[in-house]
Ligand binder design. Structure first.
Ligand SMILES: *Cc1c(COP(=O)(O)O)cnc(C)c1O
Length: 641
């Protein structure tokens, strides 16, 4: 299909920026250059350096890293860590707060080795540590220990192996905390610390009663599956006192849930946590650390509201709220200001990654072949529907809509009974579509659109078939209706004249994206350009660095995509710092217990049988076996050859 509409005169990159809202959700990192390319800016606001994402894509292709691919900009990740730490440092300095901030990155949000290593390397200057929720994640955290002041916070259920690992980190002098999820865990920690003769650092996870807006509201409240009830908290204190270890209880942990869109929830959560902390101080616990968990949101919509995928506050406001709430609660009680810990995952990594893919095909709903005159002797119903097409207009569109559907259904009925041919049925469908298309063109000028016609533009919008798997690369769209900003990476100086929804490669009716947040409102279609014969059309899904990569699954056996890590230099050049080729077909088959060597052997027997019975020649056998072998080594996605 080609783009039939002429680019509207006067359309510019700035118009596209407004249409897609990139300057709001891009947070200074993403914008559109005058040449119509999406670009990434490093260190926004401090001597901006920008790079065209299409230039990076060209570099990827030259390196045989095809779409779909995850593109990660390392500078953006570094910058997120810096702004988070700076914002807390500023709030602490200007708020008269007498202790420090120590961030930890929750490993579950993105466990990819290169992400974790980057956070460890870059975070060291801020003593940024890690939060681990399982034994595997603890081994990751321990392997990244760089500096003796970075915290390791262990959440989740812990067995004795988990506890021993953490105690060894303590013995080496690292501040590794066990946050208690249950009383039984405490008994094991006491026992293991005595056996290994290491004093543990202990935290307690409280259940917050603050109700949070948005998706994850179940994480908080009395029924939350995490954390200790207040009576259990008292039991912990009593047992520690009895064991002579109350001085080991040094942290209160509170996690309201992820993506908290409303600053009021944050403030109420902190205030309640402060009361718990004060209560523990009163009980005689040593304390010293207040861990407020994750929850710092990302404005995926750029809307600045308290709706689920947005947020009604800025990072600075978040930090000031926390610092002030703690100081105002503790000063009158003469409680020393604790070290503030947060476990921001989403807000740290979301911005640094995007998913890139090409469009393979477009399905439009244009009528295919309506002849000028109907064939001789064709049936009356066809003549009737054809007349509707001739007369449809502003005055009679409702009547024409009803008639077109009526005659179309009549032909379908006749076809069912053998009274109309396949060609006649196809023609009726086409003519009906033509009528609907004419009505859609008329709708925008109407003052009142009948409810039954409201969805018509949507029903007739294009379907863009795209080279990715929703289940592998964007699982939260499927699982929790997450909204991510999506946009073409190029041609943005041209008006996007079509509207379409996106379908992925899986043969699953859920493998589609039909909800987009645009400044003009949430829509089931995205403005897009018509495809060109000679040029790939490339789309980007932005802000996908958090949670998407390891939650994904192998639906239809589409495997991990290629991953590219780019570092942008201060002169505007860029380096391919690290690259990873995605799964081959042999890789994904082995995940489901196939043995690719054995499969080749089995297939060789199939081919040999065909030779023996004379269906193929030996030379053909070799060619077929080679194709089979090459397929096993190939990418699981659509490849250009
Ligand atoms: C998931 C989780 C986080 C991360 O939350 P974000 O909203 O992504 O920052 C932090 N702490 C705990 C305990 C978690 O379970």
């Amino acid at each position: 299909m080609t783009d039939s509409a002429q680019p509207a005169a006067g359309w510019s990159a700035a118009d596209s920026a407004e249409l897609y809202g990139i300057n709001a959700w891009g947070a200074g990192y993403y914008s559109i250059a005058d040449n119509g390319h999406a670009q990434v800016t490093i260190n926004p606001g401090e001597g901006d350096v920008s790079v065209s994402l299409m230039d990076i894509v060209a570099g990827m292709r030259a390196r045989n890293l095809e779409m779909p691919a995850v593109l990660r900009i390392r500078n953006v990740l570094d910058h997120r860590i810096k702004v988070l730490n700076r914002a807390f440092a500023d709030a602490i300095a200007s708020g008269g707060y007498t202790n420090v901030y120590r961030g930890v990155f929750p490993i579950k949000v993105n466990q990819q080795c290169h992400v974790i290593e980057e956070i460890a390397d870059y975070g060291t200057r801020f003593h940024h540590g890690f939060e681990a929720g399982s034994k595997a994640e603890l081994t990751i955290a321990l392997s990244q220990l760089r500096d003796i002041e970075s915290l390791v916070v262990c959440n989740g259920y812990k067995d004795s192996e988990f506890i021993d690992l953490g105690l060894y980190a303590r013995r080496m002098g690292y501040p590794c905390f066990f946050v208690l999820e249950s009383v039984s865990e405490l008994r094991m920690i006491i026992e293991r610390s005595r056996a290994l003769d290491v004093e543990p650092l202990i935290g307690v996870r409280m259940k917050s009663s603050v109700k949070v807006d948005g998706h994850w509201s179940q994480d908080s409240g009395d029924r939350s599956i995490f954390g200790l009830s207040t009576p259990a908290l008292i039991t912990v204190v009593d047992e520690l006192r009895e064991a002579g270890m109350l001085h080991c209880l040094q942290m209160l942990h509170c996690h309201l849930g992820s993506q908290v869109p409303n600053i009021r929830n944050v403030r109420n959560g902190v205030l309640e946590a402060c009361r718990f902390y004060a209560g523990l101080v009163e009980e005689g616990a040593a304390m010293g650390y207040l861990d407020l968990g994750g929850g710092l949101a990302v404005d995926y919509e750029g809307a600045r509201t308290n709706s689920t995928h947005s947020m009604n506050y800025q990072l600075e406001e978040y930090c000031v709220n926390i610092v002030e709430s703690i100081r105002e609660t503790f000063d009158p009680l003469d409680i020393p200001h604790p070290v503030i810990v947060t476990e921001s995952g989403r807000a740290t990594v979301a911005y640094s990654s995007m998913l890139l893919f090409n469009v393979l095909d477009v399905r439009t709903w244009e009528p295919q072949h309506i002849p000028e005159v109907l064939p001789e002797g064709c049936n009356d119903t066809l003549r009737n529907i054809r007349e509707v097409l001739d007369v449809v207009g502003r005055e009679n569109f409702q009547e024409c809509y009803n008639d077109a559907l009526f005659y179309r259904d009549e032909i379908r009925e006749m076809f069912q009974h053998g009274q109309a041919t396949l060609r006649e049925r196809a023609l009726a469908d086409d003519i009906c579509l033509a009528v609907l298309q004419r009505i859609v063109v008329l709708l925008p000028g109407m003052t009142r659109v009948p409810p039954e016609l409201e969805n018509l533009p949507e029903l007739l919008s294009d379907i863009y078939y795209c080279n990715f798997s929703l289940f592998q690369s964007l699982p939260d769209i499927w699982a929790i209706d997450q909204l991510f900003p999506i946009m073409p990476l190029h041609r943005l100086q041209e008006e996007p004249s079509r509207r379409g929804m996106l379908a992925d490669l899986t043969c699953d009716c859920d493998g589609k994206i039909d909800k987009f947040s645009l400044p003009a409102g949430t829509s089931s279609t995205l403005p897009l350009h018509g495809l060109r014969e000679d040029e790939d059309y490339i789309l980007g899904v932005f802000l996908v660095g958090a949670y998407q990569e390891t939650l994904g699954d192998l639906h239809n056996l589409f495997g991990d995509t290629n991953v590219v890590n780019v570092t942008v230099n201060s002169d505007g050049s860029f380096d391919f710092a690290r690259e990873f080729h995605g799964d081959s077909i042999a890789d994904v088959l082995s995940y489901v217990e196939y043995e690719p060597k054995h499969m080749q052997e089995q297939f060789r027997r199939v081919a040999e049988n065909a030779v023996r019975s004379g269906r193929i020649s030996v030379a053909e056998r070799q060619e077929i076996l080679r194709a089979f072998r090459d397929s096993l080594q190939g990418y699981t996605y659509f490849e250009h050859h």
